[in-house]
Design a protein around this ligand. Structure first.
Ligand code: NAG
Ligand code: NAG
Ligand code: NAG
Length: 432
């Protein structure tokens, strides 16, 4: 038992060390990033201290709270109040606390789990948390959220359970599905806002009203072993959305939805993504950025070891005309494409609007982007499309070891307003 726990602790510690949150400011450093764990130069003494800290934490008494203790029934009746009370109990606990959601199905209406809390908290979801399917349950409430974790430090959410957004009614009322309806917002199933030292792992999410999982203004985040599934026809059901968040690792997830698998938008930096299976959906996106002439910044993103299947895009950077700011130091590598419409794409004329977007002079600058070892099948003839702004061209774009083929007679690379380099075998080659 003790041996097992010690080995778990060791693995935990090693994975923490190896996650290597670094900052890197140019492309060379991006490449170097892989070997950064060596730079940590972890000594035996460091290791012993860390392990004993972990052991102390592990064997420290913890408060265990079960939502059923606060009146949750798990019978399909409204359990919101019980969840709220149980949260208050764990949040004001002076010793670290565990909130358990047992293996039943709990109906929870829009809810906010707010910090700051007195100690670290683990939320263990073993059963299913289900949203109300009736959209009127949001009347008078913030329509942007279903489950919101707000301002919490040292939070773990895990447990192998399911978060079910019951999104069908929201999808049917979307202007993207029924063009005669007005465009309105819909809730994000689970949002982490302003959280620090956050771990989210081993959960299933399905049929969200809009985005499944959103991280906003968070730092030091580890996300892994999630399965996110919604129909490929469901509108705006992004898998994981990242905004103004830094020092984040995201790995070992399967994401099949109706919108982006992962979208990284403004203010995000030092994001490391690996071992993701994506599709159907819209692929992995940086952006959109620069909407409504806004300023957008994303820096230091590594996407490694990803498989994309039946998606509309593979790895994409999208910006609206008229914005300003910078996307820099992006590395996409070891990516397998299976039947992807736009495997490699930079779109600086992005326009997701019912009105056409006017031509504008300014744009978010795209710089230092490397595509390395990207192979597979393109569902369209244009496998590489780098469509940059004529007034603010893309700079320092590197294509290395690319092999993307379509079913058609020709496979093309279209590159406009780009300064690029090719290394190794690159097919299709860029042409303007
Ligand atoms: C690692 O740290 C030890 C002790 O601080 C030092 O002696 C050694 O030179 C370091 N090694 C490297 C590669 O920096
Ligand atoms: C679209 O919405 C209109 C207005 O509510 C409704 O009458 C129509 O039946 C809807 N169409 C579909 C296909 O659901
Ligand atoms: C741009 O601004 C308009 C008007 O305020 C708003 O309706 C629209 O949602 C904004 N677009 C984006 C993508 O933020």
């Amino acid at each position: 038992m003790v041996v097992k726990e010690l080995s778990i602790t060791l693995i935990l510690f090693l994975s923490l060390c190896l996650s290597c949150y670094g900052t890197f400011s140019n492309l060379d450093e991006v490449n170097e990033y892989e070997s950064c764990q060596q730079r940590y130069n972890i000594t035996d003494t460091d290791m012993e201290t860390e392990i004993s800290d972990q052991m102390v934490r592990h064997f420290k008494p913890r408060l265990v709270v079960n939502v059923d203790d606060y009146g949750a029934k798990g019978l399909g009746t409204d359990d919101t109040k019980a969840f709220r009370k149980a949260w208050n109990a764990v949040c004001k606990s002076p010793i670290s606390a565990v909130l358990i959601v047992p293996e039943r199905k709990y109906l929870v209406k829009p809810i906010v789990f707010s910090g700051p809390c007195l100690s670290s908290i683990t939320v263990q979801i073993k059963g299913t948390i289900e949203a109300p399917s009736d959209t009127s349950d949001w009347d008078g409430k913030n329509i942007g959220h279903w489950i919101l974790f707000n301002g919490i430090k040292n939070l773990v959410v895990e447990g192998g359970g399911t978060i079910d957004g019951k999104g069908r009614n929201w999808w049917e009322n979307s202007c993207k599905v029924n063009k005669s309806l007005p465009c309105t917002d819909a809730p994000t199933a689970m949002t982490f806002y302003s959280c620090v030292d956050l771990r989210v792992e081993n959960l299933r999410m399905k049929n969200s009203q809009k985005i499944h999982l959103s991280f906003e203004d968070c730092s030091k985040v580890q996300v892994s072993y999630l399965t996110i599934i919604a129909p490929n026809t469901s509108p705006n059901t992004d898998g994981i959305h990242i905004t103004r968040t830094g020092n984040m690792g995201l790995s070992d997830c399967t994401i099949k939805t109706g919108d982006d698998c992962i979208s990284i938008v403004s203010g995000s930096r030092n994001i490391r993504i690996g071992n993701i299976a994506c599709g159907p959906g819209h692929g992995i996106s940086i952006g959109s950025l620069g909407a409504n002439n806004s300023e957008g910044h994303v820096a230091n993103v590594m996407v490694n070891n990803v498989k994309l299947t039946d998606t509309s895009n593979g790895v994409r950077i999208k910006t609206w005309q008229g914005g300003h700011g910078l996307v820099k130091n992006i590395l996409f590598k070891n990516i397998a494409m299976h039947n992807v419409q736009n495997p490699i794409i930079i779109d600086q004329n992005y326009c997701d609007s019912i009105h056409p977007c006017p031509v504008q002079k300014s744009a978010v600058q795209v710089r230092n982007v490397m595509y390395k070892n990207i192979k597979g099948k393109s569902a369209s003839d244009v496998a590489v499309r780098l469509e940059c702004s004529s007034s603010v061209p893309c700079r320092k774009i590197v294509l290395e070891d690319i092999h993307l083929v379509s079913d058609g007679d020709v496979t093309q690379g279209l590159c406009e307003n780009v300064i690029w380099d090719e290394v190794g075998e690159v097919f299709p080659a860029c042409a303007s």
